[in-house]
Design a protein around this ligand. Sequence first.
Ligand code: NI
Length: 177
Amino acid sequence: MDIVVAPNPILRQVCEPCEVGDKGLKKLAKEMAKAMYANNGVGLAAPQVGVLKRLIVVDCDVESEKKNPIVLVNPEIVEQSEESSIEGEGCLSCPGISVPIERSLWVKVSFYDLDGNACTVEADGLWARCFQHEIDHLDGKTLFESAGPVDRLQALQDYETALASGAKPGETDVRVR
Ligand code: NI
């Protein structure tokens, strides 16, 4: 599976809910996880592989040898902390750059698993940031739309430079300022 890269308009679409329990989602999730690991990502949303459905795959356990991705069907943030932090984020669809983004420190996410069971997960740290990032993708938001106005302008400039220098998905440090 190839990663869709900005500014491809696919990334700006709002995705449709999945049919809960749809057997075809298992294959999609498996292929997405494969693409995520192949590109050293910690999360991937279906629109990033050209599928406009509300499904994300996340694995922030980068230390672990075991590949154990969490698949979230129709994920929704149902609670989040007011307390937030701003940190540099990369994205497989915006290769070569890192953009400061403000995110809640803690989130509670409701979703369905691949068997159609209703689940919730609570997360902080990198996991919380990643859930927020991937769910933004489902609403057509990339790093550029999630950043504040000043950082957005800088990011767009950096991205032009990164693309011109041939940045590939998985790279976050090609920016030249
Ligand atoms: Ni992303």
